[in-house]
Design a protein around this ligand. Structure first.
Ligand code: A2P
Length: 271
């Protein structure tokens, strides 16, 4: 385990490794996964209003005994109902049982990329969150938000990212704009674990395919949030700071990209 972090443009630090809880049902399964992760040294949990499991994340945090201030918590504004991001943030805080989250991001650019941003800035001003950002935003959508930001530009853009979804143009645009790209579905929701190139590199290094895929991100300084509800996998996914991929390994993994270096943040519009 490691306490490696990445500095956001607003000065806050985000741990490179977090546990994602997308598709983990509210209740014991989510409480256990988050509690195990915290016991195993994770200090970053990524949830969302749309996941419906913020209460379980909050319960696990309290049960773990880990001080609130030691854990980086992300939640996401659910844009579907076109509500007020600040009011929805306050509801998230109540469900999580915390006074503030560390990062609050627009889950996807539904209804257009800019309408929610003033409310996101308000949520930050009210102290509901330390940082604000976006998710699933393309270069154009990111530029649009940056254009309307009056108090704070987005600190992060969380997108689907892995060697197979190596969105080079998007990554470069984020870097140029001072936005940290965060990787969700770094294992391709499990699909990439059986890949031959990934397995070959893992075999040579005496590591697992999951560790190779996650290392590919953190070696670039990209925060990564693998999801698992199994304790042994949560533990395995944290052992990625004690080995290095060679330049040849990185090149071989880079070559797996199927997006042809796209500037787009997602495979398709799914809402
Ligand atoms: P499970 O939750 O049953 O452990 P992603 O983070 O890319 O969305 O991938 C998540 C998927 O990969 C989940 O189905 C998860 O299953 C599985 N997974 C997570 N970590 C590992 C691992 N170390 N080995 C094998 N499968 C894993």
């Amino acid at each position: 385990m490691s306490d490696a972090t990445r500095r956001l443009a607003d000065g806050n630090d985000i741990p490179l490794l977090g546990l994602g809880v997308w598709q983990v049902p509210d209740g014991p399964e989510c409480v256990n996964a988050v509690r195990w992760a915290l016991e195993l040294g994770y200090r970053h949990i990524d949830t969302a209003q749309a996941y419906g499991n913020e209460e379980s994340v909050g319960r696990a945090l309290r049960e773990s005994g880990v001080p609130r201030e030691d854990v980086f918590i992300t939640t996401k504004f659910y844009p579907r109902r076109r509500g007020d991001p600040a009011a929805e943030a306050e509801r998230s805080l109540r469900r999580l049982g915390v006074d503030q989250v560390d990062l609050y991001i627009i889950h996807w650019p539904q209804g257009g990329p800019t309408w929610a941003w003033p409310g996101m800035e308000k949520a930050r001003e009210l102290g509901y969150t330390r940082s604000i950002g976006v998710s699933n935003f393309s270069v154009e959508e990111l530029d649009a938000v940056i254009g309307v930001a009056t108090k704070a530009p987005p600190s992060a853009n969380q997108v689907q990212f892995s060697p197979f979804e190596y969105r080079r143009a998007l990554l470069e645009a984020c870097e140029r704009s001072g936005v940290v790209l965060e990787a969700y579905s770094p294992l391709g929701t499990g699909r990439h674990l059986g890949d031959e190139t990934v397995s070959r590199i893992a075999g040579r290094l005496g590591r697992t395919p999951a560790q190779v895929l996650l290392r590919w991100c953190v070696q670039r300084g990209i925060p990564v949030i693998p999801k698992s509800t199994h304790r042994e996998r949560i533990e395995e996914n944290a052992q990625i700071f004690d080995f290095t991929l060679t330049d040849e390994d990185m090149d071989a993994l880079d070559a797996l990209d199927r997006t042809r270096g796209t500037a787009v943040a997602r495979e398709r519009k799914w809402w």
